[in-house]
Design a protein around this ligand. Structure first.
Ligand code: FES
Length: 235
């Protein structure tokens, strides 16, 4: 499906906010992703959806290689070919959960924004490398209680999101971030939903390139995930 770039701005160090105009009807849950065809690149680039409304979606991505470098150079008015509504996304808070906590690290913060919008009263613990890497802080703080931490202490507290968790009470987590963070969060609170950033190719279940072992057999991150229940996860 073809989308028109409405905005493509750097919002933190090498982190861009891409706003696209087009059909968003395939997006049904926070945590889903799109697979973008970047001109000149063979493989599409999977990017999680930060937010959407009727006819507009917002993606947050980081310039990490040639594909995302090319994407960052595209300007408003250009067109992009996307596969949308991919992956399962986060599901509702289970009955009986009283203190859900959203835990995000780095780019993993992006899909939690839409989730926080959908969970009034939820709190978020967000970790970044340093102040230059922090994005969407004001937007999150407009939604509720947000705790920020950076590895070097240049914004918020100093340390890792798991240090923030030690000071907060929670009975369930929604987590997204780099794998070492996810492993540490899962060790503290296996009860929850964990969104993985797997390497992907097709993005819709055909190539098996994103398979990972779980406690219930091999699963594909792109269609069985990217969100997995805590009890599914095998490290
Ligand atoms: Fe092809 Fe998941 S990326 S099966």
């Amino acid at each position: 499906m073809i989308y028109r770039i409405a905005r493509n701005d750097e919002v933190a160090r090498a982190v861009y906010r891409l706003e696209l105009d087009g059909d968003t009807s395939a997006l049904t849950a926070p945590g889903q992703f799109v697979n973008i065809k970047v001109p000149g690149c063979y493989l599409r680039r999977p990017i999680s959806v930060c937010d959407w409304s009727d006819g507009t979606m917002t993606l947050i991505y980081k310039v990490l290689g040639e594909g995302t470098k090319g994407l960052a150079q595209m300007e408003a008015g250009a067109s992009l070919d996307l596969l949308t509504g991919l992956g399962n996304g986060f599901s509702a808070v289970p009955e009986g959960v009283k203190r859900p906590l959203l835990v995000g690290g780095g780019l993993g913060v992006a899909p939690l924004y839409r989730l926080m919008k959908a969970l009034p009263g939820a709190r978020a613990a967000l970790g970044f490398a340093s102040a230059a890497d922090v994005f969407l802080r004001d937007a999150f703080e407009a939604l509720g209680e947000v705790h920020i931490i950076t590895i070097d202490g240049s914004a918020g507290a100093k340390g890792l999101v798991t240090d923030l968790m030690a000071a907060l009470d929670y009975d369930y987590v929604f987590a997204c971030g780099p794998e070492p963070m996810m492993r540490a969060v899962h060790a503290l609170c296996p009860r929850g939903q964990f969104s993985f950033e797997g390497r992907m190719a097709c993005g819709f279940g055909a190539c098996m390139g994103c398979s990972r072992e779980t406690n219930f057999g091999s699963k594909r991150v792109c269609v069985d995930g990217p969100v997995f229940a805590g009890e599914e996860i095998a490290w």
